[in-house]
Design a binder for this molecule. Structure first.
Ligand code: SAM
Length: 286
């Protein structure tokens, strides 16, 4: 965790660049962050909203650029965030609403946008203890699902999200929006199926896989004796055989009604809150 950027005596904003033209090269560069390739190449991503930007800074994330609407100029918190950005060697842009709409692709954009450095945790660095829960997602494709899962995993007290195989990008605008800030709180790992299976053997975790053909009721699995990895399948095709067979348990959430299956994010939430039921209390939050 870094020092509190709101501490008294922080430097005044040194330099703010005013931008009103959509043709400005910095704006073009930032707009290109909507492409995964450009995001990956630059190693940065965009988060919208003053609260998210403040939360990220307080959690020690590196801000590269702060963009705010002219109407936000002079607001104390915006000025403090701008001061912190400049102190870190970042750029501060004061822009028209038209520019902000174009950057965020929204008609009613947030007043503040931050461009942050991406952060990935390495699979080798995940060494969960027995009361920890990790979510592993096989080829998750939908950005809204991924964002909702990151947010839910954070709320349930999970330690990380592992993206196995070709997954949607956790740093896309849509995913970051759906995380509601939890992308800054929860480490994200990406790996291949083989890397995941190798780590599963080495790390002594209990992998509880979910499958529509699972014979075991998810409420009867053991979530207490070892660190748990909840393994979820792809939205269209479900979990492939090699991942399902390597799991310690394959469970199913009982259903009634016409629906074939639950939405991936909903199923993940049901699993997470069951796996961590013995660890969650109302007193966790004051
Ligand atoms: N057609 C896919 C299939 O045959 O598996 C449906 C996939 S479902 C939309 C996405 C994922 O959510 C599944 O792979 C599984 O991980 C989880 N899931 C959804 N409903 C479930 C249930 N009733 N029991 C266990 N897992 C479930």
């Amino acid at each position: 965790m870094t020092d509190d950027f709101r501490k008294p005596g922080a430097r005044k904003v040194g330099q703010v660049k005013e931008v009103t033209s959509l043709a400005n090269p910095i704006i073009k560069y930032i707009k290109a962050l909507s492409n995964k390739k450009d995001r990956e190449a630059a190693g940065i991503f965009m988060a919208e909203g003053l609260k998210l930007v403040i939360d990220a800074l307080e959690l020690g994330w590196e801000i590269r650029t702060l963009i705010y609407a002219k109407a936000a100029k002079g607001k104390p918190l915006v000025e403090q965030v701008a001061t912190r950005t400049v102190a870190n060697g970042g750029l501060v842009l004061e822009v028209s609403e038209k520019v902000l709409s174009s950057v965020t692709r929204r008609d009613n954009p947030q007043m503040v946008v931050g461009i942050f450095e991406q952060r990935w945790k390495r699979l080798e660095d995940l060494a969960p203890e027995s009361d920890e829960t990790i979510v592993a997602l096989d080829r998750v494709r939908d950005p809204g699902n991924l964002g909702t899962i990151i947010r839910t995993a954070d709320a349930a007290g999970a330690s990380a999200v592992i993206l196995v195989g070709d997954c949607t990008d956790p740093f896309s605008l849509e995913t970051v929006r759906a995380t509601m800030g939890s992308v800054f709180a929860l480490p994200v790992v990406k790996c291949s199926v083989d890397e995941f299976l190798g780590w599963q053997k080495r790390s002594g975790v209990n992998v509880v896989a979910t499958h529509l053909a699972g014979a075991v009721d998810y409420r009867t699995a053991d979530y207490k004796s070892k660190p748990v990895v909840i393994l979820m399948g792809n939205e269209q095709s479900g979990l492939p055989d090699n991942l399902a067979k390597a799991a310690n348990r394959t469970v199913r959430i009982p259903q009634q009604g016409l629906a074939d299956s639950l939405n991936l994010a909903v199923a993940t939430a049901v699993m997470l809150f069951e796996a961590r039921r013995h660890l969650l209390t109302l007193e966790d939050r004051t």
